[in-house]
Write a protein that binds this ligand. Structure first.
Ligand SMILES: Nc1ncnc2c1ncn2[C@@H]1O[C@H](COP(=O)(O)OP(=O)(O)OP(=O)(O)O)[C@@H](O)[C@H]1O
Ligand SMILES: Cc1ncc(COP(=O)(O)O)c(N)n1
Length: 274
């Protein structure tokens, strides 16, 4: 009997019925990055590339049950946390991650969708800061999210450096400040253990960016699960997202999803031409 083991990841996030962001993007990314993906769903969303038309949250108890089921059987080597709409759900996640001594935790502080819908309550943001950020190996805010956390606007590379350092020092975790919302380039800044490092990216002329944040954080979690250190995990994840954007998938009437059907070396292996 030939059996095999595989590194494992868990995404704790919301479901996106259109498959471009949330749980669906996370699982596609994890699969493409060679790890076994599991999920604990915080909410169902009815959404497509043009907007979010409904959010149906699970109860904190049921989220806890999902986390118990996962952690007591196939223990995840890394965890990614995405959309968590309410304070009670955030508290449940923090409680369970501590109970099961989860490690390699990537927290994507999802606040507003690309299509402009609010995905988290004000109270939940406060609880995220106090309960979840301190458990994170790395936090991955985009520029608007970092502005909320930093309390000031971010217009330049220097602003990004100041914000990442301040957020990292305040919450005692590494911060990857994503630059996808810049106009001219797509450079991300990692601030960890007192020093910063830029990850430079060519801005790809693709309007279909639904789920870029979910994809990047899931790729980082996959790489951490596989044993890479944080810098290498980010470097590989950046390469992955650049490839997924450069594949130029075009679906839906709004900002569409990316293509996950290629390997992380950038070699296109999807079956899109069939
Ligand atoms: N047009 C682009 N070309 C190249 N890289 C991009 C582009 N847009 C975003 N990225 C990259 O995608 C990753 C996610 O960044 P972004 O700032 O878009 O996150 P986000 O806003 O959280 O994503 P989301 O669209 O899921 O909300 C980063 O590595 C960023 O540099
Ligand atoms: C369930 C869920 N999670 C996260 C996002 C953010 O992704 P994006 O900003 O690309 O819309 C989303 N739209 N839906």
């Amino acid at each position: 009997m030939n059996t095999k083991k595989r590194k494992t990841t868990l995404t704790i996030a919301g479901s996106d019925s259109s498959g471009g962001a949330g749980i669906q993007a996370d699982i596609k990314t994890m699969q493409a990055n060679g790890v076994y993906a599991m999920s604990a769903i915080t909410a169902l969303t009815a959404q497509n590339t043009t907007g979010v038309s409904g959010i149906f949250e699970v109860t904190p108890e049921f989220l806890g049950q999902q986390l118990d089921a996962v952690f007591t059987d196939i223990y995840p080597d890394a965890v990614k946390i995405g959309m968590v709409a309410s304070a009670e759900l955030v508290k449940m996640i923090a409680f369970k991650l501590k109970e099961y001594k989860a490690e390699r935790i990537v927290v994507d502080p999802v606040m507003v969708s690309t299509s402009g819908s609010r995905l988290i309550s004000e109270e939940a943001i406060q609880i995220l800061k106090t309960e979840l950020f301190p458990l994170a190996s790395v936090l991955t805010p985009n520029i608007p999210e970092a502005e909320v956390l930093f309390g000031a606007s971010i217009h330049s590379a220097e602003d990004m450096e100041r914000a990442a350092q301040a957020i990292s020092e305040e919450y005692h975790c590494a911060v990857l400040l994503k630059g996808g919302h810049q106009l001219n380039d797509a450079n991300d800044l990692l601030y960890a253990e007192g020093k910063s490092r830029w990850f430079y990216g060519r801005r790809i002329d693709n309007p279909n960016t639904h789920g870029t944040g979910c994809t990047l954080s899931s790729a980082i979690a996959s790489n951490l699960a596989k044993g890479y250190g944080l810098e290498e995990a980010v470097e590989r994840a950046k390469e992955y997202i650049s490839g997924a954007l450069a594949a130029m998938l075009d679906l839906g009437a709004g900002s569409g999803p990316m293509d996950h059907g290629f390997d992380i070396g950038g070699k296109f292996t999807s079956q899109s031409d069939l």
